[in-house]
Design a binder for this molecule. Structure first.
Ligand code: PLP
Length: 354
């Protein structure tokens, strides 16, 4: 039986997607060739990447609004520097909500002056800073919508006249937002979309072309736009599986539908964390992530018992990030409600026997 997979990333994908992907590796489109042994410039694969790009824009409600969707390589981590390389002339502002924001700040500092408008580092990144000011004279404002490691999520975004850039790696396609407020969104595929290898970048074309520096080809968004996301060989398998996942999501009813399911799942787990005296939530309630729920045991002596119980219950991937410890349940789009119920059952079982 398939495990209940709470892994933070790479993470769970829909069963039907895995099935189709495995078939395509052997025989793609009944062409008697594998998906991963055909030319990326063959019509069969060009159709795949075009479909993936258009589905991404469609699901985000960004069709015909001046945006392009690209599938790049190097992970979200490459975007930390690529965004700055392409958009940072003099000064940019960043909100620091944890490890990923901090890494983005570190890379961007190589290209200009950075203003950290606020940080939640003082409390171990267990909340989202609010009431900060975004300065006016900046090239862009950068934030991380969902903090995968600490389990916090931005519920609102600042109003600013500067271009808004967001790392949505761990909550893209999971909730409805006015995505047209953002000028550049990026997300590594392996959290909510597909296998590692591809990174989705959705960029509004009119924010590009404003820096004076020379940009190397492999780091130049404009070149990828010109080349229809095929400047060089794209990560074909990751793009294909991402396309399948986006199709799956569209068939289910898109972001509007999945957001409801995601809220049900996170409510089920957070209610148990709050009700059960053996567990404590880690982050500020109002900033809790619907994707990654972090919690600890009230009594560390129960660790062995709890770990045994959830492993026996066929649960995978519940350990917290190596930098913070405790537990983290990642409930990405493909995780079924019954998997969350299985975890809640185990938490209640621990309460009974402890
Ligand atoms: C996982 C993650 C990253 C890093 O992604 P890579 O694809 O491994 O570079 C960056 N930002 C966020 C929010 C993440 O969750």
């Amino acid at each position: 039986m398939k495990k209940h997979n709470f892994s933070a990333g790479p993470c769970i994908l829909p069963e039907s997607v895995l099935q189709k992907a495995s078939e395509a590796v052997i025989n793609f489109n009944n062409d008697n060739l594998s998906l991963i042994e055909i030319s990326h410039r063959s019509q069969s694969f060009v159709n795949v990447i075009e479909k993936a790009r258009s589905l991404a824009l469609e699901l985000l409600g960004l069709e015909n609004k001046g945006y392009k969707a690209l599938f790049l390589q190097g992970g979200a981590s490459m975007q930390f520097l690529m965004t700055a390389y392409n958009l940072l002339n003099k000064k940019a502002a960043y909100l620091n909500t944890g490890t990923w924001s901090s890494k983005a700040i570190k890379e961007a500092k190589l290209f200009g002056d950075l203003i950290e408008v606020a940080s939640s580092k003082d409390k171990g990144f267990n909340y989202i800073p609010k009431n900060y000011e975004v300065p006016g004279d900046i090239d862009y404002f950068h934030c991380t919508s969902n903090n995968t490691i600490y389990g916090t999520q931005m519920k609102s975004f600042p109003e600013t006249s500067a271009p808004l850039i967001c790392d949505m790696s761990s909550d893209i396609f999971s909730r409805q937002l006015d995505f047209s407020k953002f000028d550049l969104i990026y997300a590594g595929a392996q959290k909510n979309m597909g296998p590692a290898g591809a990174t989705l970048v959705v960029v509004k074309e009119d924010v590009l072309g404003k820096v004076t520096r020379q940009i190397p080809s492999m780091l130049n968004y404009q070149l990828y736009i010109e080349k229809e996301s095929m400047f060089n060989t794209p990560p074909v398998f990751s793009v294909y599986v991402s396309m399948l996942t986006l199709e799956w999501l569209k068939d289910l009813g898109g972001i509007e539908f999945i957001e409801k399911v995601n809220k049900q799942k996170s409510a089920l787990l957070y209610n148990e964390i709050d009700r059960n005296p053996l567990f404590n939530g880690v982050v500020n309630k109002e900033d809790r992530s619907h994707m990654n729920a972090t919690f600890t045991l009230a009594n560390e002596n129960l660790k062995e018992k709890f770990d045994t119980l959830w492993k026996e219950a066929n649960i995978n991937g519940l350990h917290g990030h190596r930098s913070v410890g405790g537990y983290r349940a990642s409930m990405y789009n493909a995780l079924p409600l019954y998997s969350v119920q299985a975890l809640v059952d185990v938490m209640q079982e621990l309460e009974r026997i402890a």
